[in-house]
Design a protein around this ligand. Structure first.
Ligand code: EPZ
Length: 419
């Protein structure tokens, strides 16, 4: 079982290029199923989740060529040989559920294992299914599978109101609507940058989409879409994670391959705690200080403070001057990192979806466990600033969403190694 061993107290210095976005590439790989032609996706991140999604689309009949060195993949779903995503895959990679939209659009049939829960919450898919039913699909839920079929293999455009601006439901329904008959309007849609990247990929394929990035997205169905080339947007959460690490270690780093506009809540909160953040066109510089001041944070759908940065900021404010309050409004159980931070001496009380954190001078190094992707990242950040040595175990969670994070951190002067 691999682990990270971190000796804390080294300020981060220098510059690093941020990888491409995990949460942008996963729906884009799935959207390649919409066309019989080859799609070339550039600047792919080397992540376990990307490998998993490539495995899934090839199980469905797509030909996938991965060129790790040139960081490109080619996906060509000339013909689909199946329409089932089994539990073994879906339970490992929840984003597998995103193949339902393209399968329904292309083949009029899909059988996808119900994704179980995960550490951060029960993660229902009711909004996805309600949308597909509104578009004419017949949905059956049995034996752990969702079985969907549309009469005469064609979905019909519909106006769909999402009770919650779900990222996955917006992505699944947007891709399904691309080949549907007529217009689909998704109201109260998610407006995350990853939705905009998916919409630009689909539009290049020939889809007719307006409003991506707002809460109302309209898609006019077309008969056919074509193969395209696309470069994936930078990963705003990896960028935010590295920014927080620099701020907490009192360092001075410059990140390239970032879109400052995607990081406004993170930049605002770091500045509020006393950190200097200098934004350029596609780079961001973060200059840390000895001790940040406490913060109140409430997670919200984009453009609010991202839930995927909540764990990292929980670690950050453990070292702050004063008492911080963090409210997690998106997922019901996203404080798994708290118990591990407590093992490092953090003074945190959790009451439901609220964490109250009394900042202290410094945490002590300890052996801690990554329970999920972002909790793992939070423990790495805490270890970088803690006194002494921290060992983070179960780091396979971290590898799902961060490409060799230890290499990036080593180059920035951190004393971290994978054992
Ligand atoms: C995406 O998950 C991201 N994953 C998550 O990132 C991210 O935390 C989340 O969006 C919110 O921003 C990918 O993009 C692969 P949601 P998703 O549907 O689509 C409820 C990471 O760390 N909901 O917006 O699953 C749900 O229970 C991961 O990179 C329903 O109730 O998120 C949750 O409370 C973690 N019914 C809320 O909406 C539904 O049908 C947000 O879920 C769907 C969702």
């Amino acid at each position: 079982m691999e682990a990270f061993v971190i000796n804390g107290g080294k300020p981060l210095h220098g510059s690093a290029a941020v990888s491409s976005s995990k949460n942008a590439i996963l729906p884009i790989i799935s959207a390649c199923l919409l066309t019989t032609e080859e799609c070339l996706i550039k600047q792919i991140p080397g992540l376990d989740d990307v490998t998993g999604m490539c495995e899934l689309v090839s199980n469905l009949g797509a030909e996938v060529k991965v060129n790790g060195r040139s960081r490109r993949i080619k996906v060509c779903a000339r013909s689909l040989t199946g329409h089932t995503a089994d539990y073994e895959l879906v339970s490992k990679l929840r984003a597998s559920f995103l193949v339902m939209g393209p399968l329904l659009a292309r083949a009029g049939i899909a059988k996808v294992a119900l994704p179980g829960g995960c550490p951060i919450g029960s993660r229902p898919v009711d909004l996805h299914l309600k949308g597909f039913e509104a578009m004419g699909a017949e949905i059956e839920n049995g034996h752990g599978f969702i079985f969907a079929r549309c009469p005469n293999k064609k979905l019909k455009g519909a106006t769909i109101y999402l009770d919650f601006p779900s990222v996955g439901a917006t992505e699944n329904l947007m891709t399904a609507a691309v080949l549907a008959e007529g217009r689909t309007v998704i109201e109260n849609a998610a407006s995350e940058p990853e939705i905009v990247d998916l919409a630009s990929f689909l539009t290049k394929m020939g889809a007719k989409i307006t409003g991506a990035g707002t809460d109302t997205i309209a898609i006019d169905g077309v008969d056919k879409v074509y193969g395209v080339e696309h470069a994936i947007m930078p990963d705003r959460i990896e960028a935010g994670t590295l920014m927080t690490a620099a701020a907490l270690t009192g360092g001075d780093i410059t990140l390239t391959n970032v879109v400052p506009d995607h990081l406004k809540p993170v930049t605002a909160k770091l500045r509020e705690s006393g950190i200097e953040v200098i934004e350029n066109k596609n780079s961001i510089r973060v200059k840390g200080i000895a001790r940040p001041s406490a913060l109140d944070i409430k997670t919200h759908p984009f453009p609010g403070f991202p839930t995927d940065m909540q764990a990292q900021f929980s670690a950050y404010v453990c070292f702050a001057e004063g008492t911080s309050m963090i409210v997690e409004t998106i997922f019901e159980n996203r404080f798994m990192h708290v118990n591990e931070l407590r093992r490092m001496g953090a003074q945190i009380r959790v009451d439901g979806r609220t964490a109250i954190i009394e900042g202290i001078e410094a945490l002590q190094g300890a052996q801690v466990r990554a329970t999920d992707l972002r909790a793992g990242a939070a423990l790495v950040i805490a270890g970088l600033a803690a006194k002494g040595t921290t060992e983070v175990i179960d780091i396979h969670h971290i590898d799902r969403g961060y490409e060799f994070i230890e290499n990036k951190l080593q180059r920035l002067g951190a004393d971290i190694k994978r054992v």
